[in-house]
Design a binder for this molecule. Structure first.
Ligand SMILES: [Zn+2]
Length: 309
């Protein structure tokens, strides 16, 4: 009897010890997990910045009959001044940092300079406009100017331009394009960052040899001819957004000769830590159906910049 009792007690004790050990083990594992998460969370926070780069095209004013059919044909990528205004107002109110393409390169990609202290605590965003349409100058720039004045912070638009079409306004389904003078005016006021979109909006992946290099080289030289005298830092035309977002290895091979970075159209955020190739920076497309609240949601998911970065 006594032995059985003793054995039973022993078993119970054993069970109890095992349970204690198991619990201790799980507590120990939990602790390790918490510490690891904390550490990795900290590292992620400090090195992986998420930046939304938004891609607009033309901006139309729905209160202006000249911007509406039949006087101006409607396109899938048109965005209204009225909707843009809601989005911009949000960005200014929330104190976003409007990046230029060179800011993006210097502070986040090459990291050749530390983040300027005045931008800590801000969320970065880059607003880009492709094709150099007149509507951006006529409808969007005044909004940016007004809000920059009200909020005492300078907004920035990155314009990816095809120099062949500067100042071209032939009507029909070929939309009016900004002139070199307009680009210069917006740049001198500090609102425009002027970059390449290829010389004549050809799909670069369908070109080769001299034609390919011409499309890239001529675009840059024409932009520099238009505004190089205003640009001491030689950053105009240092960056490119590919027409149709089209890129392949052949194109990529000659890009470094002319450009520091290149922008795609793939609806992703730029995640700085994951970027392996300066010529494949993600951008998000905007269409006529994109609501301001969708854009605001995208912007909200940008990282807040912290000291470690
Ligand atoms: Zn384009």
């Amino acid at each position: 009897m006594k032995i059985e009792k003793f054995m039973e007690t022993g078993k119970l004790l054993q069970k109890f010890l095992f349970r204690l050990l198991r619990r201790a083990k799980s507590i120990y594992l939990l602790l390790v997990l918490i510490i690891a998460l904390g550490l990795s969370g900290w590292t992620v926070e400090s090195t992986s910045v998420r930046i939304p780069i938004i891609g607009f095209h033309d901006i139309i004013d729905i209160q202006n009959p000249a911007d509406l059919p039949p006087r101006r044909l409607a396109f899938e990528t048109d965005y209204t001044k009225q909707k843009l205004s809601v989005f911009l107002e949000y960005l200014f109110k929330q104190n976003y940092w409007f990046l230029s393409s060179q800011d993006l390169y210097v502070y986040f990609i090459k990291k050749s300079q530390p983040l300027p202290p005045q931008h800590l605590g801000q969320k970065p965003i880059m607003l880009s406009f492709d094709d150099g349409y007149e509507g951006v100058h006529k409808n969007a720039l005044p909004l940016l100017e007004k809000l920059s004045f009200i909020y005492k912070e300078k907004g920035k638009f990155v314009l990816f331009v095809n120099p062949l079409f500067l100042g071209v306004d032939i009507g029909g389904d070929f939309l009016a394009h900004t002139s070199c003078e307009e680009l210069r005016a917006g740049y001198q006021k500090g609102f425009y960052d002027v970059q390449s979109h290829g010389f004549s909006h050809k799909n670069l992946t369908k070109l080769s040899g001299k034609n390919l290099e011409f499309e890239i080289a001529k675009s840059k030289s024409a932009l520099r001819k238009c505004m190089g005298d205003l640009d001491n830092n030689k950053v105009i035309g240092a960056h490119i957004a590919y027409p149709y977002g089209a890129l392949n290895r052949k194109v990529e091979k000659i890009l470094p000769k002319y450009h520091l970075t290149g922008f795609l159209y793939n609806d992703g955020y730029l995640r700085v830590k994951r970027l392996r190739n300066n010529y494949r920076i993600s951008r998000m497309t905007v269409s006529k159906d994109t609501s301001p609240s969708e854009l605001i949601y995208i912007a909200q998911r940008a990282s807040t910049l912290k000291k470690k970065e």
